[in-house]
Ligand binder design. Sequence first.
Ligand SMILES: Cc1ncc(COP(=O)(O)O)c(C=O)c1O
Length: 338
Amino acid sequence: MIDLRSDTVTRPSKEMLGAMFSAKVGDDVFHDDPTVIMLEEKAAALMGKEDALFCPSGTMTNQIAVNVHTRPGDEVICHKHSHVYYYEGGAMMKNSGVSVCLLEGEHGRINAAGVAAHINPDNDVHRPVTTLVEVENTMNKGGGSVYKYETLEEISLVCREHNLKYHLDGARLFNALAETGETPLKYATLFDSVSICLSKGLGAPIGSLIIGDKAFIKRARRVRKAFGGAMRQVGYLAAAGIYALDHNIVRLKEDHSRARHIGKLLEAMPYIDQVMPVETNILIFTLNNKYSEKEFLSKLKEKDIHAMPLGPQVVRFVTHLDFTDSMLMKVDEVLKSL
Ligand SMILES: Cc1ncc(COP(=O)(O)O)c(C=O)c1O
């Protein structure tokens, strides 16, 4: 089976499993699991921040950030297609009681002018208080698009000027950095909190980290408990995360070049209307009326290739650690034959 539905479908390698089996563990709710502590220290150092907290999912790390940075009734500014709003089951509204101000922006990216124009004046009692700005890099529904550092910096200046918190959903931050050549340390001072995922491009079976200063993480630890995300001998899973950070960041560009190969090929196919620019490992394209997305996906399925519909006529492919060159050749052959 060739699985292009998401980069979350990867299985841990033999080496990663070896690291997991030999992990030293403790009870992480008592904060004495040495492998979790090692992972949290590693992630904090990588991002140039004071502390980090290991959580089961990227949804939880995003939602913890929203909860810590806001109070019920506040407003969060983000893109209308941001994962934190669009794909997290209404959790911001449900768990934190916030309202949202949804911005437009090409390929899921917002900018400083858009943010500045949508901050509610704090002397107007009719309007919710704007307290948080959220960006996503890379942007999932934007086709894995990457922000320019300057744009992120400009937004951070607006946040500082208006005393707003600034959160980065960096579920695929390392995919973005692989393309820009920047280091995560460059991001350290821009954001109040950063979420990174270990279970997407980095190939771990589970896990995300929320990263910030000590006071933020202290509050995040309390919210994680309240959200039901405090875990016990979870060093076995943290060991997979350490392995992922040590071994699987350096190879991310391979996934991007395979995605680019497919993107280029699709552009020339008679059943394609449009291919979004392929910046990293996510490839979103629109079919013309030769096939509906259902017909197209079932044709692929007949050849044991699996992908995701993203709406009428829209399909998504995501390349990852378990998608090899020989699989790419098979996909190439099948796409040409349709
Ligand atoms: C950009 C982004 N943020 C957050 C998440 C949530 O991660 P999880 O599935 O671990 O909850 C995802 C999942 O695909 C994502 O793409």
